[in-house]
Design a protein around this ligand. Structure first.
Ligand SMILES: [Fe+2]
Length: 398
């Protein structure tokens, strides 16, 4: 780092927010000037709130290298310089030698889970409780059906204090209001402003206040896994269920009624750490469609319930509604499911030209006509048994 860029950074900062540390210190291969460390705001009488927790997320890896150069030279993205002070719950007492692990997505919004530990690091607060690191602004990635705001994960450990698992967000991020975690009121102190330093570089301050009153404080979001909001919800024929597994475990995903009675198990198998998506087509374990109403999606990790999401099963079925689609019921109950064409059950809506229900409850016969760009007409017939009162065939392009 050149003296010029250092001076630019210092000029850009409100000096009143920073203290002059007694000396420079080195973390790994990165050195920051003492002037850039944050001074805690004056502690309100009676202390202040500890830094709130956040989800661990599926991409934590233990054992990241000890360095404050989180982004290696040449890592694409805008450089970001973050610093702060680890404090006890009185907001004035620095906590030294606190282990801080950080991990984040890269500029393209991808986490590196390779042994290279790219954009992952471990470092420690110094004798004044101060820490600093250099990284790049993370990308915003799609989580379920919406983007998560840009964030950096923190895992903070100091003997005598409860472990803190949290995330840092940035002022002005358009995805914060819709994010289930960043929009929580107690996340406000973890949404920090950034000071532009020129050349795409920015700097921010994030003070971490540990809870000095208790030795153990479980993360309120759990550290085993997480179930994201179901989409679409209300659902009709099909809903997408996104869930995160934070460590290798036996994962159970169940649909239950509002009394907790399991109607169908969608998944019960060992999964490695990661992010997953599955679907529910509104069918219970007997193969029948559940009625409209409210249901629960339950995530179990190693047999323990971790999270539940409410699912509303809407009335009616619009899957086959289109100007050229007609539905009629018949009392013929012959036949079993057979596809006369080895196509997929999921077909574009424009392929549907006629739908007939045979034996309205148990059998559905679907005739698909496809007219290609040359005007050639092609017909595919599908017959499916025991799919209930409503056709359960998922249609893409709705
Ligand atoms: Fe994340």
């Amino acid at each position: 780092m050149t003296n010029k860029s250092l001076n630019e950074r210092i000029r850009a900062l409100d000096r009143r927010q920073f203290i002059k540390a007694g000396s420079l210190f080195t973390f790994g291969s990165f050195v920051l000037p003492g002037q850039l460390f944050a001074r805690p705001e004056a502690a309100p009488a009676g202390g202040c709130d500890p830094t709130s927790d956040d989800i661990l997320g599926p991409y934590y890896l233990p054992g990241s290298p000890v360095t404050t150069l989180v982004a290696q030279p040449g890592e694409p993205g805008d450089r970001l310089f973050l610093s702060g002070t680890v404090l006890s719950s009185d907001c004035t007492t620095p906590v030294e030698n606190t282990m801080i692990e950080v991990w984040q997505a890269n500029d393209a919004a991808v986490y590196d889970t390779s042994p290279a530990f790219n954009l992952r690091a471990t470092f420690y607060s110094d004798a004044n409780g101060q820490y600093a690191f250099e990284t790049i602004m993370p990308g915003a990635y799609l989580n379920g059906n919406q983007y998560r705001p840009k964030h950096i994960h923190f895992r903070v450990n100091k003997p005598g204090f409860p472990e803190l698992i949290t995330q840092l967000y940035f002022d002005g991020d358009p995805y914060i209001p819709a994010d289930p975690w960043a929009s929580l009121p107690d996340a406000a102190l973890r949404i920090i402003p950034l000071n532009p330093l020129g050349g795409g570089q920015q700097e921010g301050v994030f003070d971490i206040v540990l809870d000095g009153h208790v030795g153990i404080k479980p993360n309120r979001f759990g550290t085993d896994g997480d179930l994201l909001p179901v989409h679409p919800n209300p659902m009709r024929e099909l809903c997408n269920i996104h869930f995160n597994v934070f460590h290798r475990a036996r994962v159970g995903l169940h649909i239950a009624d509002m009394n907790g009675r399991v109607l169908v198990t969608l998944l019960d198998e060992e999964k490695v750490q990661g992010r997953y998506t599955t679907q529910w087509n509104g069918v219970d374990s007997s193969g029948g469609q559940v009625t409209s109403g409210m249901y629960l999606c339950l995530l179990h990790i190693d047999g323990k319930p971790v999270k539940a999401q409410r699912i509303v099963r809407g009335r009616g079925n619009t899957a086959f509604r289109s100007p050229s689609t007609r539905t009629r019921g018949k009392r013929s109950c012959a036949g079993s499911w057979r596809a006369s064409h080895p196509g997929k059950l999921e077909v574009p809506l424009q392929w549907i030209r006629r739908v007939s229900l045979e034996c309205g409850v148990h059998f559905v016969h679907v005739v698909l006509h496809h007219i290609d760009v040359a005007g050639h007409r092609d017909e595919h017939a599908l017959r499916q048994s025991r799919i209930g009162r409503r056709p359960g065939i998922g249609l893409a392009g709705q």
